[in-house]
Write a protein that binds this ligand. Structure first.
Ligand code: GUN
Length: 295
């Protein structure tokens, strides 16, 4: 059987339409325009692409966007001063500091300095704590996007064996946590594999839902996947450039081989990536509503 394609682009498009409706209602109701500030320090090319994409999406949806591109030489104190200003700016509802930061800046300290009410990335320890306990707050965009992708593709997670490969703070740890919650769209039995796991394939072969967030192209091969599994590929590995200089991406899953075995699979690009961006927009709209007592 050839797997059904789970199109993140298509599902993100549906959510986008719903959000645009909400944004126009907010504008009509009280002249409310959600605002997102993005901060990029240094010149990492991949980070530039991601931030540009986030800014462009804001602009196309009627979300106010403020972009701060700072040189790699920016001091930690300068970055913290900018955050302090944005933390109290009423027209800014979300603050995103693109990770990774240059080595001389303490990432944990920077994240801790973001106003938790504007933490649309869901990286602040207060947001992480709320996610862990299962109380309302901002969920991190990529893992939340994966959950929504599964829900909108009618993949039942309740009682399912979910195996996550990768334990990053941005994807692996939070998606494991989100899917094990006692909640709608969760209730899974979750295993997390990582670099020190013995015999990763013995775990992945048990998975009803396999989530690959490793950062190594084609790490998940067909022999590691159970027949009829649902496979979510979070990898965005640059494996080359086109003649025009555009990045060529490969996922963490050997797509061509695994699609012959799985029942559903996300492509790269066009899978998890568009969901990450739309969940950021969703968190920004939610934050604007909260700031005006509407959520
Ligand atoms: N770097 C990689 N993914 C992300 C993300 O979702 N948010 C931020 N701020 N940085 C990232």
């Amino acid at each position: 059987m050839v797997a059904k394609l789970i199109s993140g682009s298509e599902i993100a498009g549906q959510i986008r339409a719903e959000l645009c409706q909400e944004i126009s209602e907010l504008k009509a109701r009280g002249g409310i325009v959600p605002g997102l500030a993005t901060i990029l320090v240094g010149d990492d090319p991949a980070s530039h692409v991601y931030v540009s994409s986030k800014v462009k999406t804001c602009q196309s949806m009627g979300i106010h966007s403020e972009r701060y591109d700072l040189p790699a030489t920016t001091s930690e104190a300068e970055l913290l001063a900018l955050l302090e200003k944005l933390n109290s700016a009423p027209h800014i509802n979300g603050i995103l500091v693109q990770i990774p930061l240059p080595k001389h800046i303490d990432e944990a300290k920077v994240i801790l300095s973001i106003n938790p009410d504007k933490d649309v990335d869901g990286f602040h320890p207060i947001s992480v704590g709320r996610m862990l306990i299962g109380t309302p707050g901002f969920l991190p965009c990529t893992p939340h996007g994966i959950q929504v992708l599964l829900q909108r593709s009618n993949v039942n997670t309740s009682g399912a064996e979910v195996v996550v490969v990768g334990r990053s703070n941005i994807v692996g740890k939070p998606i494991a946590n989100i899917l094990l919650q006692k909640a709608c769209g969760a209730n899974a039995t979750v295993t997390v594999c990582h670099a020190s796991t013995r015999d990763i394939a013995s775990h992945t072969r048990r998975a009803d839902i396999l989530i690959a967030a490793i950062g190594k192209p084609k790490f998940i091969t067909a022999d590691m996947v159970k027949d009829d599994a649902v496979v979510i590929d979070v990898g965005t590995n640059e494996i080359g450039k086109t003649h025009e200089g555009k990045r060529i991406l490969a996922g963490d899953v050997d797509f061509d081989a695994v699609k012959e075995k799985a029942c559903a699979i996300t492509p790269v690009p066009g899978g998890v990536g568009p969901m990450t961006i739309i969940m950021l927009m969703s968190n920004t709209v939610k934050s604007a509503k909260m700031a005006h007592g509407l959520a």
